[in-house]
Write a protein that binds this ligand. Sequence first.
Ligand code: C2E
Ligand code: MG
Ligand code: MG
Ligand code: MG
Length: 294
Amino acid sequence: ALPPEGTLLVQRYTPAIEEKQRHRLHLQQAIRGATERGEMSLAFQPKLSLADHKILGAEALLRWQHPEFGLISPGEFIPLAEASGDILSIGDWVLDEAMRHINAWRAQGLLNDDFHIAVNVAARQLTRKDFAQQLLKRLAEQQIPERFFALEVTESGLMSDMNHARQQLAQLAKMNIAVAIDDFGTGQSSLAYIKTLPFSTLKIDRAFVMDLETSAIDRQLAHTITQLAHSVGCDVVAEGIETSAQAAYLSSIGCEAAQGYFYARPLPAEAFATWCTEWKPLLSTPYTETVNGS
Ligand code: C2E
Ligand code: MG
Ligand code: MG
Ligand code: MG
C-alpha cells in the first residue's frame, strides 16, 4: 500500500549495509593502479588429463593482495572492476603477465608442446572491436605460438553483446586460439551459445561436481553435459574436483580433463613450476558404484 500523503520516504540503511557500500567504494577506487603498485599477481591451477593424469596446462587466476584488507577474492573485485571499466587495463595486464610466465617456463623447459595457459576474459574485454587482433599482436611480439595460449569466457560474458562477442570468437577460432566456455550450466541460454559459437572446450561448473558422490541427479547432469559437449565437438573440463571419487566418476563418463583442490590449489608462479616438476601422475582409480546414490 502507498504511504499516506506527505510522508517522507526515507531509505533506511542499516549501519552494516552502509559499511558494506563504503567498503565496496573504497575497493573500487583502490583497484585503479593496483597492478602498477604491484598488488596483483597470477596464481596457476593445473589442469590434468583424467585418463592418465598428465598435466595439460593451467588456468591463470588473478590475485589481489590489498595492503590493508589482505587477499581479496576475484569473485569480489572482478565485478567491481567490470563496473568501473578498470577491467580493461587489468585484463591487459593479466594477458601480459600470463605471456611473461609462459616464456619464462618455456625457457626453463617446463612447458611441453601441448601445454597451455588459459586466461579468464571478462565481458567488457570482448566488447573491444580489436580484442582478437590485439591478442594476436601481443603473442607475436612475445614470440608465443598460439597453441600455448587459451581463453575462458563465461556465459554471462557473452550475454552482454552476443553479436560482437561472436565476431571476436570467430576471429580467435581462425587464429587457432582455444576458447572455453566457463562455468557452463550456471548462466542463461547455454544451449544457444554452444550451438552457434566456436568453442573448443566446455568447462563444467563446480556446482555440478561438488555433489556427484551423493546425488544421482548431479551424476546424470554431468553425464548429459559431457555428451552434449562431445556432440558439438568440444572437450570437457570439470572444475572443482576435490575427491578421487569425483575424478573417477567424471573419467568414467568420458570427461577429458579436471581441475581442483584434489590435484592442486591455484599456486603462485614459482610454486606452480615446482609442483609441475614434482608431479607424478597418480594411478587412476576406476569408478565403481560404491557411492551412496540418492
Ligand atoms: P573460474 O574461472 O570458474 O575459476 C575457478 C574458481 O574455482 C577459482 O576461484 C578457483 O580457485 C576455484 N577452485 C578451483 N578448484 C576448486 C576446488 O576444488 N574447490 C573449490 N571450492 N574451489 C576451487 P577464484 O580464483 O576465486 O576465481 C573466481 C572467479 O574469478 C573465476 O572463476 C573467474 O571467473 C574470475 N577470475 C579469476 N581471475 C580472473 C581474471 O584474470 N580475469 C577475469 N576476468 N576473471 C577472473
Ligand atoms: Mg575460468
Ligand atoms: Mg570456471
Ligand atoms: Mg566456476
